[in-house]
Design a protein around this ligand. Structure first.
Ligand SMILES: *[C@@H]1O[C@H](CO)[C@@H](O)[C@H](O)[C@H]1NC(C)=O
Ligand SMILES: *[C@@H]1O[C@H](CO)[C@@H](O)[C@H](O)[C@H]1NC(C)=O
Ligand SMILES: *[C@@H]1O[C@H](CO)[C@@H](O)[C@H](O)[C@H]1NC(C)=O
Ligand SMILES: *[C@@H]1O[C@H](CO)[C@@H](O)[C@H](O)[C@H]1NC(C)=O
Ligand SMILES: *[C@@H]1O[C@H](CO)[C@@H](O)[C@H](O)[C@H]1NC(C)=O
Ligand SMILES: *[C@@H]1O[C@H](CO)[C@@H](O)[C@H](O)[C@H]1NC(C)=O
Length: 350
């Protein structure tokens, strides 16, 4: 009797572990959804059923995600971790989530993102990182998660984004940037060019509002004139740079800065507005004046020629009409319309 009860209890416990639902959460078998929304959780529950597809963990007090936290739930397609207190995200936090499509991390305390953190998420299409304290995006973001269509980094501490990272986000449709301290001096030219081509391809963005340099504060990066970025590279100012040339320059610059990232951080004003824009703009102005002068001269000459031609033509026509009238007066009875009659007159004009 006792043995039987013990066995039954064991079976019950086993079933609970295998098919169970985490304490405090609501599990819906039909949609394979586990809802732990707003339950005061401090950790990710350990006994989430392995076949779960959707896991709601928003509005809790989760501070860290351990390495391999989701390896027992490999079928997850949606994880909502918004509105928690996550600050610690080790590089293997999302290991094994090959089918994850949506990851919502908005409204947490994330500061740094490990370089390979999103690498396992090869099916990720939507990533919401808004409202954190993020200072950097992982360089390899687009390399592994190349299906990403929506990326939100609103309300963070980002100052710039690498051109290589942007270029790797090949399927992106929407990218939201608002409320970051964007740095719009020379290193922003890569972002500016990328934004333009992204918009041209039908991409959706909000605004990249500059915080620095001081004279562009509050201005949209897309509205800063290219002249400003041409001035960043005094050695190349003899021509207006084409986009590809600017892009190449930017890459070279990134390379240089890469070797000496510290000095870039300390001295971002390296190639700022006031570095040497004046001589350049004067040279441009002179060139513009010369070109305008030459064009105006040519146009004037052409107009003069046209005027002379016009006067001569008018005089000839006047003479023709006068002679025509004289002919009419002399011979009112003749049929003027006939070509034989007109021919001698035409001949006299030639
Ligand atoms: C965030 O979660 C807390 C509970 O942890 C809740 O009181 C608050 O309303 C939530 N905020 C939002 C914006 O949902
Ligand atoms: C996460 O790791 C910490 C320390 O390594 C441990 O105390 C905690 O139980 C772990 N949490 C889970 C859900 O495994
Ligand atoms: C992405 O998901 C599809 C099914 O939705 C699956 O067939 C494919 O293997 C997944 N890709 C990777 C890299 O796991
Ligand atoms: C993430 O969650 C917030 C609220 O918790 C929601 O407003 C936002 O739309 C979600 N993001 C995505 C990409 O679903
Ligand atoms: C991303 O992929 C490209 C080419 O596939 C490679 O050149 C580049 O180094 C990769 N970047 C990272 C950060 O892995
Ligand atoms: C930054 O560079 C400028 C010259 O471009 C120099 O005058 C200034 O001292 C540098 N500032 C720091 C903090 O290195």
């Amino acid at each position: 009797m006792k043995g039987g009860l013990f066995l039954a209890l064991n079976v019950f416990l086993l079933l609970h572990v295998v098919c169970g639902c985490p304490e405090m959460c609501l599990c819906r078998q039909s949609t394979k959804t586990v809802n732990c929304n707003n339950k005061g959780l401090a950790e990710i529950p350990t006994n989430v059923p392995s076949e779960t597809r959707i896991l709601y963990l928003q509005n809790n007090n989760i501070q860290a995600i351990n390495n391999s936290a989701f390896v027992n739930t490999p079928w997850l397609t949606i994880i909502d971790l918004s509105n928690n207190s996550i600050s610690s995200l080790p590089s293997n936090a999302f290991l094994g989530l090959h089918f994850l499509q949506t990851l919502n991390l908005t409204n947490n305390l994330i500061h740094d993102l490990e370089n390979n953190i999103f690498n396992p998420l090869q099916n990720l299409t939507e990533l919401d990182l808004s409202s954190n304290n993020i200072v950097n995006l992982p360089e390899s973001l687009g390399n592994s998660t190349d299906r990403l269509t929506l990326l939100t980094v609103k309300h963070n501490q980002l100052q710039s984004i690498d051109r290589a990272l942007l270029d790797s986000l090949s399927n992106l449709k929407t990218f939201l940037f608002k409320d970051n301290p964007w740095q719009c001096s020379c290193q922003a030219v890569g972002l500016k060019l990328w934004l333009e081509s992204f918009l041209y391809r039908g991409g959706i963005i909000d605004e990249v509002v500059c915080l620095t340099p001081e004279n562009w504060k509050g201005k949209d990066l897309l509205k800063i004139p290219y002249e400003f970025y041409v001035a960043c590279h005094p050695q190349k100012t003899h021509i207006l740079l084409s986009n590809t040339q600017l892009h190449n320059l930017e890459q070279q610059n990134n390379g240089k800065h890469g070797q000496n990232a510290q000095s870039r951080d300390r001295n971002v004003s390296d190639c700022e507005v006031k570095s040497k824009p004046r001589p350049v703009s004067i040279r441009h102005a002179i060139a513009t004046v010369i070109i305008t002068g030459v064009v105006c001269g040519i146009v004037s000459l052409m107009m003069l020629a046209a005027a002379i031609y016009g006067c001569a033509y008018a005089a000839i026509m006047a003479k023709y009409h006068r002679e025509l009238k004289e002919v009419e007066h002399l011979a009112p009875a003749t049929e003027l319309g006939s070509p034989e009659e007109k021919e001698p007159l035409d001949g006299s004009l030639a």
